[in-house]
Design a protein around this ligand. Structure first.
Ligand code: SAM
Length: 343
């Protein structure tokens, strides 16, 4: 059966048009399975379906071609980074059916490809992915490989915390980047931590990464770090209300950051200094919330750490900068003496 996509369905006539809206037909999976032969054919068809269905990207890829390649290579058990040699290979009829069913599910169910395949890739690393945690895509992983180096002047961090670790991808990237460091990974969600445990096992890092459950720094009472990495929930309420279905499939507690997106970030900055060693750094992902961040912390001096996706998506701030801005909550007597004894 053909799938009817029309300009009318996308919001009526084209601007300025006086003629009736055109109708564009996309063959359904059964017809496609009869007529498409090669991987190239299937990729072209997949792009057409994904575009016509108006699926949302941003959970591992940012365009229909990359999304189609990911789904096809996964479905065919082909190496995720080697498409060219296979482009003109024909599929068996069963392979075609499976590929087209997968594309069909992505378009109809509007769930992230990572949840359909059960895996996600970040900086060349494979992670298990499912609705227990956000699909791994943090920009912190890229910063760990590059721009953060300029700020680690004296030595590599020995003690690292991945706060809000979700499925554990940032903690794993950090442990691999800094092989001598002990890494703690904390989250409120026991579901997310269960997935993180599977990912630690996948990368054989159970000995190096400790999983901790609790409300923000409540999970690491009395501990301090040279580097805290954190991709918190930071989506503001207006953006939350407009989320496409793929993002609604992720845990809302992983995304929602309150009216200006800064609810969790405020609590993190109020408590981070107490858990940073002298000279320690907090690397915080804020996505496209730079204006809300700057409005929330007008007295804070910090640096934006550039990544490919943009120059103002990651914030880097030191313990001393947080203290200088007066953001930290006053330490209790017990916490004060614990900090004195660590120096
Ligand atoms: C944006 S996700 C980041 C997940 C992972 N670090 C990543 O980059 O893929 C935010 C995470 O914060 C966790 N979270 C939300 N509120 C929290 C809280 N009060 N304390 C600790 N973790 C929290 C969620 O469970 C979720 O796993």
């Amino acid at each position: 059966m053909a799938i009817r996509e029309s300009i009318a369905a996308a919001g009526g006539r084209e601007p300025g048009s006086t003629i009736a809206a055109a109708v564009r037909l996309v063959p359904g999976p059964l017809q496609a399975a009869r007529e498409l032969l090669t991987i190239r054919d299937c990729l072209r068809y997949a792009c057409t379906r994904l575009e016509a269905a108006g699926v949302a990207f941003g959970q591992g890829t940012d365009n229909s071609w990359d999304e189609a390649v990911w789904l096809l290579l996964w479905c065919l058990h082909l190496p995720p980074d080697r498409l060219d040699p296979f482009l003109d290979a024909r599929l068996t009829s069963r392979e075609r059916r499976l590929v087209l069913e997968l594309i069909d599910r992505r378009c109809r169910e509007r769930v992230p490809s990572a949840y359909l395949t059960g895996e996600a890739w970040l900086r060349g690393l494979r992670f298990r992915a499912d609705p227990r945690a956000l699909v791994p895509r943090s920009l912190i992983a890229e910063a760990l490989e590059g721009s953060l180096d300029d700020w680690l002047v004296d030595q590599a961090p020995n003690a690292i915390l991945d706060l809000c670790t979700g499925g554990g991808s940032i903690a794993i990237c950090a442990a691999l980047r800094f092989p001598r460091a002990q890494v703690d990974a904390a989250d409120l969600s026991t579901d997310a931590l269960a997935l993180a445990a599977e990912n630690l096992a996948l990368h054989r890092l159970q000995e190096r990464i400790r999983l901790l459950q609790g409300d923000l720094f409540g999970a690491v009472t009395g501990r301090s770090y040279d580097l805290i990495l954190c991709n918190p929930p930071y989506v503001n309420a207006a953006s939350m209300a407009a989320l496409p279905p793929e993002f609604l499939a992720e845990p809302s507690a992983a995304l929602a950051g309150g009216s200006d997106g800064m609810d969790l970030v405020r609590r993190i900055l109020a408590n981070a200094a107490a858990h940073l060693n002298p000279g320690g750094l907090l690397l915080l992902e804020i996505g496209h919330e730079a204006s809300h961040f700057e409005a929330a912390f007008p007295a804070l001096e910090f640096a934006f750490l550039p990544v490919t996706a943009g120059d103002d998506l990651l914030v880097l701030v030191s313990r001393e900068q947080i203290e200088h801005a007066g953001l930290q909550v006053p330490a209790s007597g017990a916490a004060r003496s614990a900090r004195r004894s660590r120096r």
